[in-house]
Write a protein that binds this ligand. Structure first.
Ligand code: ADP
Ligand code: ADP
Length: 229
């Protein structure tokens, strides 16, 4: 479960300016597809269509064979877990921030998610552990730590489909590599869509799609794409 399909998707925020000009790809359940391309290519637009913030003008977006137009937005969002570029944390405890999508989660579940995101040791080293407050009036987390909290939150929600939308774009190179290791681990067995700026950050994807000005200009594995150069 968790198959994602874009079928010849055409979309513009207004009629005069097409943004996606016929985009087709399929992410098979459990596989990872990366979408790379310059700023303005339409990468985030793909993520917004998948979340059904907008409907396509032509073509279709499907999850598990179901056209999103026939699914309630709530249902769509249940199936998706997103790690965005800039995670905004609530001014509350670390625990609250991790368990936000699953307030019913047990101690063990929260800890397991934190471990998977490699932030467990860090949390344990805090004065009050998971009960430490973060945000404006509490502890300030670094960009990498925030992304780890976001990954833990997403894993705890346990969605069949993961979406990393420029999740490492704001980080320095060393932290980016670290977070990518976690992304690789948590994406095992889940359908994963990674939106990124650079090809070098998505080496492991089963398929990489290069998007330029709303069109797919290249696709293949990392090795395929390098061989074409
Ligand atoms: P990317 O993620 O590849 O940088 P986006 O999908 O964010 O690209 O944007 C693609 C194009 O759509 C850009 O030219 C951008 O200006 C335009 N765009 C994005 N969001 C909106 C919006 N809400 N209304 C109008 N145009 C938009
Ligand atoms: P929920 O289960 O509460 O609907 P989601 O997992 O769908 O939460 O989303 C997690 C957070 O990411 C929410 O705060 C939501 O507003 C935000 N979000 C959802 N879609 C996007 C997106 N395409 N880009 C950036 N942030 C998003």
């Amino acid at each position: 479960d968790g198959k994602v399909e874009f079928r010849d998707v055409k979309f513009g925020y207004d009629e005069r300016r097409p943004i996606l000009k016929g985009v087709s790809f399929t992410v098979e359940p459990g596989k990872t597809t990366a979408i790379v391309g310059p700023s303005g290519a339409g990468k985030s637009t793909i993520s917004r269509l998948l979340f059904r913030f907008y409907d396509v003008n032509e073509g279709a977006v499907l999850i598990d064979g179901k056209d999103l137009r026939s699914v309630k937005q709530h249902g769509v969002r249940e199936a998706l877990g997103i790690v965005p570029q800039d995670t905004v944390l609530f001014n509350d405890t670390v625990r609250y921030n991790i368990a936000y999508g699953r307030p019913d989660a047990s101690e063990e579940e929260v800890t397991r998610a934190a471990k998977l995101a490699h932030i467990d040791d860090f949390i344990r080293s805090l004065p009050d552990g998971y009960e430490t407050r973060v945000g404006e009036r509490g502890l300030k987390l670094s960009g990498g730590e925030k992304q780890r909290v976001a990954i833990a939150r997403t894993i705890l929600k346990d969605p069949p489909i993961l979406l990393f939308d420029e999740a490492t774009s704001a980080l320095d190179t060393a932290t980016e590599r670290d977070i990518q290791t976690s992304m690789r681990e948590v994406s095992k067995g889940r359908t994963t869509l990674i939106i990124a700026h650079r090809l070098s950050t998505v080496v492991d994807a089963d398929e990489i799609i290069v998007l330029r000005a709303g069109e797919i200009v290249e696709r293949g594995t990392h090795a395929d794409l390098l061989a074409e150069k």
